[in-house]
Design a protein around this ligand. Structure first.
Ligand code: ZN
Length: 93
């Protein structure tokens, strides 16, 4: 998903989440942009506009998030980077 935000304070908070922004929206990927891409699935709130697009990558069989990193570990070819770390008992950064 891609979102734009007209409130500079809210936009700053959203951007501060970086790679973790998508967890706020329970989505596979999320990014704050200056303009929205074309999408048949758009919605607008008071300060936020959202466009939903297909996520990049492959669906992880454990968490169901789509990630380009699924298969990065040959020992766990159907897991994303977060799940590979989780089952190894490591904290994901
Ligand atoms: Zn996963």
């Amino acid at each position: 998903m891609v979102l734009t935000c007209s409130d500079p304070v809210l936009k700053s908070h959203l951007q501060s989440l970086g790679d973790r922004l998508h967890y706020l929206f329970i989505a596979s990927q999320a990014v704050v942009a200056e303009t929205l891409p074309e999408s048949p699935y758009q919605m607008a709130g008071e300060n936020i506009r959202v466009a939903v697009l297909p996520a990049e990558g492959t669906k992880c069989v454990r968490c169901w998030h789509y990630s380009p990193q699924v298969g990065h570990d040959a020992e766990h070819p159907h897991l994303c980077e977060r799940c590979t770390a989780a089952i190894a008992g490591q904290e994901f950064a």
